[in-house]
Design a protein around this ligand. Structure first.
Ligand code: PAF
Length: 312
């Protein structure tokens, strides 16, 4: 595999991964519908601030239309989980005979949606422990670091998995591979279940959740409900103690405004349906009660349906 990487969905996280890969000499094209952001990257470079140092990455280009990006060796998908299917459908032109498609998105169901459009044999999945915010067009803040964990959907140890892991390693990511990527995705989902909606409802940065007993109590309850759902589904969640792990992530990304808080602040639709909402849906299907997740999910849904009614 040569290393032409296209980032499908270049908000905060997509830009961070694209920027770091480009810094390592990988030819990267960012794709995003946000024209101002793509224009700023093309004009001034991608400005990265934060934990990995302040710098400008000029060796990458941004486009709004996937057709301008050309065929890729690796499509790294970072669009909002609610957009996964539509984004991949609009980006079939990126797929050559050997193109791999890797999702590092939050939420449940992304690998399945990508498989439906691109074919399951292309798709790999993973999780990222990095946190990142958009500061404005062409400018991101790298707020927290963590591992990038990748795997084939069937758990096998393929050459392409090793090559993609090596590529990320060269770009400075702390990267691991897993034969239980579904269990990894669930472990990450449990973190998002505990942190994202709660920060978006309260307006707090991640770290405050574990400092305020009332917030911490809700974090724990939401995660425990989701653990019960995972257990009923027979998922081998890759975290010894998901509640402790979620608290640890909240502490390590203390200064971060979660992706869902960023979404509600910018009055965008959130990923609630594939995070707490997905736990409620699965819980209903399996007969597992999930009242805290229902409450968090509906509070976010009410908020995102009523942005226009709020006093500014
Ligand atoms: O969605 C997010 O913001 C991140 O996954 C996490 C880990 C909660 C950090 O902010």
């Amino acid at each position: 595999m040569a290393d032409r990487v296209v980032i499908l969905g270049s908000g905060a996280m997509g830009s961070l991964y694209g920027g770091m890969l480009a810094e390592a000499g990988v030819p990267v094209t960012l794709v995003d519908v946000w024209k101002e952001h793509m224009d700023a990257v093309n004009r001034d470079g991608l400005i990265i601030e934060g934990v990995s140092g302040d710098r400008v990455v000029r060796s990458l280009r941004g486009v709004t239309d996937p057709r301008e990006a050309g065929e890729a060796d690796l499509v790294l998908v970072f669009v909002k989980a609610t957009m996964t299917k539509a984004a991949m459908e609009g980006a079939r032109c990126l797929l050559g005979p050997d193109t791999a498609v890797l999702t590092l998105q939050n939420g449940l169901g992304n690998a399945e949606k990508l498989s439906d459009v691109a074919g399951a044999s292309r798709v790999l999945a993973g999780i990222t422990g990095h946190g990142c915010n958009i500061l404005g067009p062409g400018r991101i803040r790298h707020a927290g670091t963590g591992d990038t964990i990748l795997g084939e959907l069937d758990g096998s140890a393929t050459d392409r998995l090793a090559r993609i892991a090596a590529l990320f390693g060269r770009a400075g990511f702390s990267v691991k591979t897993s034969s239980n990527v579904l269990g990894m995705i669930w472990a990450k989902l449990l973190v998002n279940v505990g942190i994202n909606a709660l920060t978006a409802v309260t307006g707090l940065k991640n770290g405050r959740l574990v400092e305020l007993p009332e917030a911490d109590e809700l974090l724990e309850a939401a995660v425990r409900e989701a653990m019960a759902v995972a257990e009923r589904k027979g998922i081998r969640v890759e975290a010894e103690d998901p509640v402790a792990h979620t608290r640890d992530v909240a502490r390590r990304t203390a200064a971060n405004r979660s992706s869902m808080l960023q979404d509600v602040s910018a009055e965008r639709q959130t990923e609630i349906d594939v995070i707490n909402g997905a736990i409620v849906d699965e819980g209903k299907r399996l007969g597992v009660p999930t009242p805290v997740n229902l409450c968090l999910a509906n509070l976010i849904r009410i908020r995102q349906q009523t942005y226009e009614e709020r006093e500014k």
